[in-house]
Every structure is written in C-alpha cells, then in structure tokens.
Design a protein. Structure first.
Lengths: 94, 125, 90
C-alpha cells in the first residue's frame, strides 16, 4: 500500500507547476507528502475539507482552492482520504 | 489561567472537528483548566485517575531509547484521546472516534507559545 | 442596495453574502439571503485558511478561496476587512 501511495505522490509531483503534494487520512494524519507540502499541514487540510463539506452535507464533498499571490492549494476528498496539491501560479494567468 | 489562554483553547474547541473537551492538568491529573464544547464532560478521558495514567505511560515510553515521549493517542470505540506531554503540564484533548487527530498534533508549537509562562510558574513551586 | 459589485458576475450569480472580519453578516441576497448556516460554516472555513502555512499564506495573503461543487461554486474574497462571498452557477 505504501508503494502505491508513493507512486501516486511521485506521479503528481511530475505534473506541470506542481510544487507539493499531500495525502491525509480521515483523522488528519499524514499518509505521505512531497515537495513543499509539510506533513504538519495534514490536520488542517482535512479540517478545511470537512468544514467545506458541511455547507451542503447531502452533496459530494467539494473541491476547495486557496489562492495567494503566487501559490494555490487545491484540496479535495476521495473516500477516506483528502489530497492537497500545491501549485505555483503562472504569472500569465493573473 | 489567563483569559488569553482560555480564549485560545476555546477557539480550538470550535475549530477542530469532533473535539469535545480540553483539559489542562498537572502531572497528578489535577485539572487546572477544563473546557468543553457544550459544558458537559465525557465520562471517558476526563477523570483524574485517567489523566494521571498518562504520567506513568509517558515516563515509561521515554525509556525506549527513542528520546522523550511527546504525545500519546488513545483510540477507543467511540472516543479519541490525545495527550500532550508539556512537562510539568499534561494537555488532554477528548474527541469523537473520527476527531481530527492530525490537527491537534500540528498545534503543538502554537500551544507552547501560550503555556510557556505556566510551565515556569509550576516549575518554581 | 449599493452592493452592485456582484452584478458584474452576471446571470450566473445565484446569491451573495458580505460578512465582516468577526462574522457578522452585512448583506445577503439571492439563494444566500438570510442563510446564517452557510455564512457560519464559511466564516469558520475562512478562518482556518490562513493558518495553513504561514510562510505561504501570511495573515492576509489568501486572496481567494473557491469551494467548487459539481453544479455551483462559492468564491470568497477579502477586501477592505470584509469577506465577499458569491455563489455562482458553473
């Protein structure tokens, strides 16, 4: 299972503009991180996705995107896991 | 405890999913600050004997040549208890079975900022 | 109402909310009119975001939060110490 998780994380890091990846479980414990994503952030990322899901509890969990001037973090939930992808923003898209 | 500390810990109760109560106690499990979300305290994880067990457990686990023990997570059928070793204080978080454990653990540094002064006072006594 | 900045979104706008930094609702309209539950949840969510990574998101640097569902999305922006929240159809 560990190897599969590692291969997923590595595959995500290969993508364009991705600077960090994190996967956390339902209890906010980090399953794996790459790049600039810090394993300490796992709890908060799970918390954000849980909180966002409370807006419409009957619908599928939403995707949450946090954007700052030059970075964006996309948080989404798949089954028992929550994933976060840190991306560098391309200046042209501003 | 000062209002600021109280405010900080009450805000944690609001922020962390599934968290029901926070107890700050000394090594013997005597509570210094008790906070809960609805004014009620769950039976499990809030009694003095329970809190004091942590002192023994953390002391024993520090003997495993892995350095000083920092925290212990206890998972029961319907309760999660996270205890942080902030010697001479114990901070106990009691939550539901799917409480956000990771979030509690990541607050370690932030908690240090707030309880630092109390550590000094207790050490002196 | 002076809150016409939301009109720029056009026909895809389903509703909006304006809340202060301490969570009080200043204005609401459309599907979000008097929706205290949603504004409460969103307010909590907004307050979680800055603590994510202090180096990445310093206190006021989160510029935008998007919460995307399959058919609509919420967009939150901070301006002039107020949170502007729009619910948009995708």
């Amino acid at each position: 299972m560990e190897a599969k998780m590692d291969s997923i994380l590595d595959a995500m890091m290969q993508r364009d503009q991705v600077t960090g990846v994190l996967i956390a479980d339902n209890q906010g414990l980090s399953c794996g991180t790459r790049g600039m994503a810090h394993s300490q952030a796992s709890g908060l990322i799970t918390e954000i996705s849980h909180q966002a899901a409370k807006i419409h509890p009957n619908l599928d969990a939403p995707v949450v995107i946090l954007e700052s001037e030059n970075t964006s973090v996309t948080i989404s939930k798949y089954g028992p896991h929550t994933g976060a992808i840190y991306k560098k923003k391309s200046p042209s898209k501003k | 405890m000062s209002d600021e500390v109280k405010k900080f810990f009450s805000s944690l109760l609001q922020k962390i999913n599934g968290l029901k109560a926070i107890i700050i106690s000394d090594r013997d499990g005597v509570p210094i600050l008790k906070l809960s979300l609805d004014g009620k305290f769950p039976e499990l994880g809030t009694k003095q004997q329970f809190l004091a067990t942590f002192t023994i457990a953390t002391d024993q686990s520090s003997k495993m040549l892995l350095g000083q023990n920092k925290s212990i997570i206890l998972m029961y059928k319907s309760t999660t208890v996270v205890q942080l070793n902030k010697s001479p204080l114990i901070i106990t978080f009691v939550g539901t079975e799917n409480c956000n454990t990771g979030h509690i653990l990541s607050l370690d540094n932030e908690i240090d900022k707030y309880i630092g002064e109390y550590k000094v006072i207790l050490d002196r006594d | 109402m002076k809150m016409n900045i939301f009109n720029a979104i056009g026909p895809n706008l389903l509703g909006y909310l304006v809340i202060t930094e301490d969570g009080a609702v200043l204005a609401s309209s459309g599907e979000l009119e008097n929706d205290e539950k949603t504004s409460g949840v969103l307010y909590k969510l907004i307050n979680l975001a800055p603590s994510l990574d202090p180096s990445l998101f310093s206190k006021n640097s989160v510029q935008r939060i998007t919460i995307a569902y399959e058919e609509f999305s919420y967009v939150v922006c901070l301006s002039n110490r107020k949170f502007y929240i729009a619910k948009k159809k995708l």
